[in-house]
Structure formats: structure tokens, C-alpha cells
Design a protein around this ligand. Structure first.
Ligand code: SF4
Length: 943
């Protein structure tokens, strides 16, 4: 072949003179990145091939981090408000003045009534620090954003099996043959899922996507189930029925590793619904050989999954028998759920059969001996190569907790958790309820709270109620309205504080949460609550401190701004005490460090928090002489010990830097991480890599690494007894009972076996008038509002149309390019429409958080995000429509309090909109950072 005449191309130009390895923060996925530097400036970002999370893969957001770092919207210095709230008029001040103002507000309330501070943080990854700070301050009012994100998924997972998805666990990507995803947007566990999907496909496996919308992962799935929003639980329970009827459940697994054989009291007394226990408090099962009850963990016991036992006048039957009777009814027959779910009966049946076939006919065996916690030796590891992943799509509903529970029960019935080919926990999970704290709320002026704020309740006695039965927390977490609100209810803080219900607060302190815009339901009303004044002319919410790196919409509503750094300018630890980066086969954590120093008068929020804590004299943050114990966050990361030998970072501990998990503080620890590429990893021995909750070797390994202080084997909870305790209280048993108006709700929803009930909003509105569902998703290219100011990413999503199903378009005469008015019982929006046929017939949706308020984010006031972009939030209220009982009920899951974003019901009509601008619109905020240039040309300004 003759040589082609090709131009000489330099395919590998030198792009940098130094590479600095840190952790991406363009979303919460925590990939490792190599930041290429040239002349001291960030020039280029690539994935770190050695990193356990992304193995070199970088997404569009990650590579565009450079434009996030140089964004014109970066705040420049601390500021105090000089105009009216909401206007955006500020004066820059020094850090000393900022701390003086903050301490002047906070010190008096700490000494008199610490609950007057509400401290809530958004999507940060430093909750082990922020919760410790809030505990030292002494306020009960602390949580992060989980309550409006995916607490249903997290809580259902912990209560059922000691962990859920994403940072809790992952599919056994190399071995799984059938992978099902439920309600997963592309931002969740982003790069690992992309890598995993690639592996499943390369191995010839099948992927089934369950989602009303066929985009992203669902678009590359082999089969799409276009389910109707809020009905996933019904679909799952129908598949469970089919598996039970076919006898395709793993009975040996259920007997050994779950509470399927536990005996449940079916009497009507105070122990109704509770397990039968022996004198030592151990749950009892029926021994098949003797027919007698014995402790569940008796070595060698063959427990019966059926039968009954009379004791103290009550019949007791095994959990499995109750479960089988509950689900094998016609209520869950595929034909009877097809219309509600939008999934044809034969598709439900076929998928159930495929799950069964893959789990039981394509069983995997690894010849690897292991020993369980009872000392029983197993020659091999038997695997069921079916795995699942799920996130907010199923959890952000008022029936989300029970739906997530149903999904975990399905996994467990198939025997596909912690086995080869199935779902595997990542350290520090598995971690059962008993290994988590319970919520604490006892306030003592001038002293710390009596324990951690958040945790897992196991009965009415653990609720956060004052003596008069009123809520102890401003967000009313852990009350009868939502007893298991393990992550708090950030979405209720502003409206409760505004209403003074359960009490008034004095200072609202928030971090990285755009509550005046895309992070709130009912955005218009929230802006009003933040700016309203009382009869004396004072703001109803008296003082607001806010920290953000950028000029977000929320900035204009604060009185004092503590400017954060960008993620390339800060120290951070992605800690085993928080949301680490572990893999199923290894414990791992990582750091961020200032690969560039800030060129503005800004500080990492965590450093500012530590410095403010020292100024307030908070315990743990000052030395005996009152001086600051930690200079900044880096100092805290290296030197703070949560327990002796256990600190924020697990790697390179001890004076010699060789400690893994445990060891004294190491003054060179951060440098050791930098030298190691920004992360630390410790692999689990092969024979301890599966069956972790029951594997004696894994339990010992976890103790060595400081993950547990003692082995804590446990069994999975198909039947969640704490739920039965709440139901018993609603039935009139015990000293602590729900108020009358909540009795029926507690009884109906807190079923110890998963149930499905219709999402609340749909039962309260006239569905003939509001027949459709409206949803949001986050795109792969953006993470919340962070990305929509990014000069590169704006070119991908500069505005967001409303995607409308083909059926709805045909029924309402709508075509792509039309403007439509979408109305809920709470409000209306006018927005541009696009037809989408790969969409559930009753559904419309849009990308989340693209719409911007004029003046925010240093964008041009005529930017496409402000003119055509829009929020669905204007249609959603934190309270449900009135029922006629004189009460307004929360638009939340009644068990966990999770915001029910996706219960929204709407109607739609085509309208003329000659303005070409989406509605509603709001007056422009004054930008405290000015406006960015018309063209941000990378390589010119930033070289
Ligand atoms: S998925 Fe993308 S944005 Fe998220 S951490 Fe990884 S590289 Fe960064």
C-alpha cells in the first residue's frame, strides 16, 4: 500500500509542566483526577487511571471542572448585607469582621438556648465534621440534604439489610449477568455505573432499565420498562408474587442469613407484631427436627420457615409464612397491577422468570472456603448473578420507603445480596441498625448536645419529642409525622422557622444549599418567607448566615456570607466516617488539597467552621488555655481523633505512616496521600470478600481497620420489627402513642412487611383534572445548579424544554416548539415543549436546575437559562392539598419525611407566548460579583 500523504500532527502535545492528583467535585461521585498545571495555572484535567472509583474514566462534568474553577461567579470575599434581603446588595468585609458578626449572633444563643440555631448543609461531603460541630454547639437542629434527596433509599436499606446502593454497595460488576436499574438518573454513581454497564455488556449480560423516561442508562439498557411514576413498589411486589408462586426463592439463604424463620406474635396484646424471644432477648425460630423454639443463632439449627407455635395465649408464626401469604394474593397478580403501573402483565411475568432463571439456573460457584460467625465452615461460595441499582426515582415519593424496602426484599428472596454475581456492600457497610446511633436532642445551654443528632429509631421511645409531645427539632424529624427521618428534613426548615412551628429560631446557618431556588419546593413562597418582616419591622427569620463558593440565588437572601473556595483550592477528606470511596473488595478514602491557592479572600467552608468554632470556644475546638486547637481543616484532618486511633483519614496513620485504619495521628498524613495519588486503599482478603455480614474473617478484618470496634454479625430483616412497634403504639399499646390525627396514618403505612399505597398527591387531587405526572432528572453533564454556570457545560444544556410524551402531545394538540402552560393545584408555569415518544404515556419531564434567576451566577440577564430555562419547583408545595380535615399534611414520605418531589400531578395546555420567555419570571437580583464576560475563551483569559 502506498504511503498516504498525511500532515505531520503532534498527537501528544505537552500540555503541562506538572500534574497534581486530587479528587473531582463536579458531582458527588468522587473520581480521582490528574490536574495538569502550566505556569502555576490549571490547564487540563484528566482521569486518574490508578484511582479505585473511576479507573481513569472522566465525564464531561469532570473535564469541565477547569471552567468551574475559573467561573466569573466565584465569590471573592466575606460580605455583609447592606440592602434589603433578596436584593443582592452587599459590602465586602474582612474575615475578622465576618467572624465577629457570626460569633456575636451565635454566642448568646449558645449560652441561653442553643436550639435557636438551625444549621443545615447541602450536598457537601463533610458531614462528620459539620455534625460534630453542631453537636459541640449544642443545637438539636442539624442535618444535611438527605431528607430532600434519597433518605428513603438509605433508611430502607439500613433497616432491611444494613446498607443500600451507591456508597453503601455495588453490583458484582465482573460476575453479574442480569442487572436491573430502578429510577436511576445519570448523575448517580456516575462513572462507576458507566464502567459497570460496559462490563456487563462485554460479558454478554442483560440490562433492564425501569424508569418512566428512556434516557441515559435506560437508553442503553437492553430492555426498558416505562413505568408510571410512583408505582415501582407495585411492580416489584408483583414480581415477588410470581417468584413465590413459582417456588423460585433461595430458602437456604433465607434460613441462614435472614429473619425469615423468626416467630412473630399474631396476638392482640402489647407484643403484637413483635418477635418471640428467649430470656436472653434472642429471637426464636422453630427447630425443624424438634419442633421446639430455639435461639436463631444456635449452631447447626435447621429453622422452619412455616408452622406455628402457641405461647402465652398467642399464636406465633415465621416471618416467611406471613410474607408468602401477604404477597401470593391476587392483589399483586400481574393482570391486576398492569394498568396502575403501565407495565404489561406478560412483561412483569417474563422479567420475574428471567430473574429466577439467572439466579438459580445460572448459579455461580467460587471454590473459596470461608467460615461464618457461628463457626460453620463452607467449602465454596455460591452466587446468584442478579443485581440491582436504584436511586431517587423510586425514593422521592410518599410511598418511597416501602418501595425501597420492597426492592431489598426482592434482592434477598433471590439470595443475591453479598454473594458472587449479586449486590455487594462496600466498607464501612454492612452496618445494621444496632451499629448506628439513635437520634439525640437533649439541649443544655452552654454545653454540647447529648449525642449525635441523626440515627435510627427502633421504637416510639426513641422519637425526638419534648415532654409535652411537641417536636424537639425545627424540622420535626423523628416525630409521629415521620418517625424514621434518619437524615432530617431540610426541606421543612425554612417553612417551619417562618411559621414558628414548633418554635422560633434566631439564626439560620446554611452551606451549599440553594434553598431560594432549585433546592426548595414552592420556590416563590420560600423567597417570601426569607424576606418577610414581622409587625416590628424585623425579618421573621431574624438572621441568615450562608456559605457558598458561587453567587447562587440563595446568596442574595443571606445577611452574612462566608465565601467558600472551589474544589481545586481546598482541603477535604472523603472519609470512612462519612461517605467514603470504598469498593466491594477494599476500604478506601481520599483527599482534596489545594492544587492551586485561592486568588481571592476566600476560605474552605470547613476551615471557616473550625475557626468559628474556636472563636465560640466550642469543646474539642479549643485547647485548655482557650487557644484554637486546629489552625484549619487540614490540621483537623490530620490530628483529630474521633475514637482513640481512628480519625478522618484511615490511611498512612501512626508516626511511621504505616497504620491502616487505626493508629496515632501522622503529621505527614496529607503529604502521604498526595504522594500516593490522593487516595488510600486497603484490600479485603479474598476469603472475606463475600457474605460480609456473616463472614467471620471479614468481621475481624473490619475491626482491624477501625471500621467496627467489635465483630457485629447480623441477619437481614425481611420483617422490620421497629415498624411493628410503631403500629402497636398506633393500636393503643405502650406509654408513647401517636396523636389521634396521626394514628391511622402510622397504622396504615408502617407495615413491617413492604406494602404499596398510591402516592398521596394523586389521592388528594382530582385526577380527571390533573391526569399527568411531571418529573425532573439531572443530566449526565450537570450536577444541580453547579454546572449551569459553567461556560463549557452551558453549551450542552443552555436551556431546558419540557419533554412531553407522544400520547399527551397527541391528546392535547402539542408539537415540538409549542409553548405550553403546565398547571398543578399549587401553581402554573409556561414553558417550551418537545415531544418525546420514549416516555411513559402519562408523563412529562425536564432537566433539573437549569433555569436561573436573573442576576444570579454572574450570567447575563438575558442568558438562555433565565429566558427559556425554568424550574418545575414552582408547581410543587411542601404541603399537600387540603384534605378538608382542617390540617395541611406534609408532602413527604410519612415514615422518613423524604420530600415527595415526584408525586406531582399536572394538566397541560398549548398556549400562545409571543414573549418567547418562560414564566414565572422574577426581578433581577443585584449580582455581588458583577457579570461575566460575554465570551469566556479558555486559553486567553486563563492562560
Ligand atoms: S462522575 Fe464526572 S463529575 Fe462526577 S466526580 Fe467523576 S469525573 Fe467528576
Amino acid at each position: 500500500m502506498p504511503p498516504y500523504d498525511q500532515p505531520a500532527l503532534d498527537t501528544s502535545p505537552k500540555v503541562s509542566d506538572e500534574i497534581r492528583k486530587t479528587t473531582c467535585y463536579m458531582c458527588a461521585c468522587r473520581c480521582g483526577i490528574n490536574v495538569h498545571m502550566q505556569d502555576g495555572k490549571v490547564k487540563y484535567i484528566e482521569g486518574n487511571r490508578d484511582h479505585p472509583v473511576n479507573q481513569g474514566v472522566l465525564c464531561a462534568k469532570g473535564s469541565a471542572g477547569i471552567m468551574q474553577h475559573y467561573a466569573p461567579s466565584r465569590l471573592k470575599a466575606p460580605m455583609k448585607r447592606v440592602g434589603e434581603r433578596g436584593e443582592g446588595k452587599f459590602e465586602e468585609i474582612s474575615w475578622d469582621e465576618a467572624f465577629d458578626i457570626a460569633a456575636g449572633w451565635l454566642k448568646p444563643i449558645r449560652e441561653t438556648n442553643p436550639e435557636k440555631l438551625a444549621f443545615f448543609t447541602g450536598r457537601d461531603q463533610s458531614q462528620s465534621l459539620t455534625s460534630w460541630w453542631a453537636q459541640a454547639f449544642g443545637t438539636p437542629n442539624y442535618a444535611a440534604h438527605g431528607g430532600f434527596c434519597s433518605v428513603n433509599m438509605a433508611a430502607a436499606g439500613i433497616y432491611t439489610m444494613g446498607g443500600a446502593f451507591w456508597e453503601f454497595g455495588q453490583p458484582d460488576w465482573d460476575r453479574t449477568k442480569l442487572f436491573m436499574i430502578f429510577g436511576v438518573a445519570e448523575d448517580h454513581d456516575s462513572n462507576p455505573i458507566k464502567i459497570g454497564i460496559g462490563k456487563v455488556k462485554a460479558n454478554g449480560g442483560k440490562i433492564i432499565g425501569v424508569n418512566p423516561i428512556r434516557s441515559g442508562y435506560n437508553a442503553v439498557a437492553d430492555e426498558w420498562v416505562g413505568i408510571t411514576p410512583g408505582t415501582d413498589g407495585l411492580f416489584i411486589l408483583s414480581m415477588i408474587r410470581e417468584l413465590l408462586r413459582a417456588g423460585k426463592v433461595d430458602l437456604d439463604y433465607l434460613r441462614r442469613y435472614t429473619n425469615a424463620p423468626f416467630l412473630v406474635n399474631e396476638g392482640d396484646g402489647p407484643d403484637k407484631g413483635l418477635f418471640l424471644r428467649d430470656a436472653d432477648g434472642k429471637e426464636l425460630v422453630l427447630d425443624r427436627e424438634t419442633g421446639k423454639p430455639v435461639a436463631f443463632d444456635t449452631p447447626g439449627v435447621k429453622a422452619d420457615l412455616a408452622g406455628s407455635y402457641r405461647h402465652a395465649g398467642a399464636t406465633h408464626r415465621p416471618v416467611f409464612q406471613l410474607l408468602a401469604e401477604k404477597y401470593m394474593t391476587d392483589d399483586y397478580a400481574p393482570e391486576n397491577v398492569a394498568e396502575e403501573t403501565g407495565v404489561p402483565a406478560d412483561q412483569i411475568r417474563r422479567i420475574a422468570a428471567e430473574l429466577a432463571h439467572t439466579a438459580f439456573e445460572e448459579e455461580i460457584v467460587i471454590e473459596r472456603p470461608w467460615t461464618d460467625w457461628k463457626g460453620e465452615k463452607h467449602d465454596r461460595m455460591i452466587g446468584r448473578p442478579v443485581s440491582f441499582h436504584s436511586m431517587r426515582g423510586v425514593s422521592a415519593h410518599s410511598n418511597g420507603f416501602q418501595t425501597c424496602r420492597a426492592l431489598h426484599v426482592l434482592q434477598i428472596l433471590l439470595g443475591s445480596v453479598e454473594v458472587p454475581g449479586g449486590f455487594r456492600f462496600k466498607p464501612p457497610y454492612p452496618k445494621p441498625v444496632k451499629a448506628h446511633p439513635k437520634p439525640h436532642f437533649k439541649v443544655t445551654p452552654g454545653a454540647p448536645l447529648d449525642g449525635p443528632h441523626l440515627g435510627y429509631v427502633t421504637g416510639p421511645e426513641d422519637l425526638c419529642l419534648k415532654e409535652d409531645g411537641s417536636a424537639a427539632r425545627i424540622d420535626k424529624a423523628f416525630t409521629w409525622e415521620n418517625p424514621m427521618s434518619a437524615h432530617g428534613l431540610m426541606h421543612m426548615v425554612i417553612s417551619n422557622a417562618y411559621a414558628g412551628d414548633p418554635y422560633k429560631i434566631d439564626v439560620l446557618f446554611m452551606y451549599m444549599a440553594n434553598m431560594a431556588w432549585n433546592s426548595s419546593m414552592n420556590t416563590t413562597e420560600v423567597m417570601k418567607m426569607l424576606t418577610d418582616k414581622d409587625a416590628s419591622g424585623e425579618y421573621v427569620i431574624p438572621k441568615i448566615i450562608y456559605s457558598d463558593a458561587y453567587s447562587s440565588e440563595m446568596v442574595a437572601f443571606a445577611d452574612l456570607i462566608l465565601p467558600d473556595t472551589t474544589y481545586l483550592e481546598r482541603h477535604d477528606c472523603i472519609s470512612l466516617l462519612d461517605r467514603p470511596i470504598c469498593e466491594a473488595e477494599a476500604a478506601a478514602d481520599s483527599i482534596r488539597w489545594p492544587v492551586v491557592e485561592p486568588d481571592r479572600d476566600v476560605r474552605g467552608f470547613q476551615s471557616a467552621l473550625i475557626q468559628l468554632g474556636a472563636k465560640l470556644g466550642l469543646p474539642g475546638m479549643v485547647n485548655e488555655d482557650g487557644s484554637a486547637k486546629y489552625e484549619d481543616y487540614a490540621d483537623y484532618i490530620q490530628n483529630h481523633e474521633r475514637r482513640p486511633g481512628v480519625g478522618p483519614l484511615a490511611g498512612f496513620r501512626g508516626k511511621d505512616g504505616k497504620g491502616n485504619g487505626r493508629g496515632e495521628p501522622n503529621p505527614n498524613q496529607i503529604q502521604a496521600y498526595i504522594d500516593n495519588g490522593g487516595f488510600w486503599i486497603s484490600h479485603i482478603p479474598e476469603s472475606a470478600q463475600y457474605f460480609k455480614p456473616w463472614n467471620a474473617e471479614y468481621q475481624d478484618w473490619a475491626v482491624e481497620r477501625g471500621i467496627y470496634d467489635a465483630p457485629q454479625p447480623y441477619v437481614f430483616q425481611l420483617y422490620v420489627e421497629p415498624l411493628a412497634k410503631f403500629q402497636a403504639a398506633a393500636d393503643g399499646h405502650g406509654d408513647i402513642q401517636p396523636p389521634e390525627h396521626l394514628r391511622a396514618q402510622v397504622k396504615a403505612t408502617m407495615d413491617p412487611l413492604p406494602i404499596w399505597y398510591a402516592p398521596f398527591e394523586g389521592t388528594l387531587v382530582d385526577t380527571a383534572e390533573y391526569p399527568y405526572h411531571a418529573l425532573t432528572q439531572r443530566p449526565m453533564a450537570m450536577y444541580h445548579s453547579w454546572g449551569t454556570q459553567n461556560a463549557w457545560l452551558r453549551q450542552i444544556h443552555g436551556a431546558n424544554p419540557l419533554f412531553v410524551s407522544g400520547d399527551i402531545c397527541d391528546g392535547n394538540g402539542i408539537e415540538t416548539g409549542d409553548w405550553v402552560k403546565v398547571t398543578s393545584v399549587h401553581g402554573e408555569i409556561t414553558v417550551p415543549a418537545v415531544r418525546q415518544d420514549s416516555l411513559n404515556a402519562k408523563t412529562m419531564w425536564t432537566w433539573n436546575a437549569i433555569g436561573k434567576r436573573k442576576g444570579a451566577w454572574a450570567l447575563d440577564e438575558d442568558a438562555s437559562e433565565t429566558k427559556k430555562g425554568f424550574l418545575l419547583n414552582h408547581l410543587i408545595h411542601e404541603l399537600l392539598p387540603a384534605k378538608g380535615d382542617g390540617l395541611r399534611w406534609a408532602n413527604s414520605d410519612p415514615i422518613t419525611g423524604q420530600a415527595a418531589w415526584f408525586d406531582l400531578r399536572v394538566k397541560i395546555e398549548k398556549v400562545d407566548n409571543p414573549s418567547g420567555v418562560s414564566h414565572p419570571q422574577f426581578p433581577a437580583q443585584t449580582s455581588p460579583v458583577g457579570q461575566g464576560p460575554a465570551n469566556i475563551a479558555y486559553g486567553k483569559e486563563f492562560k
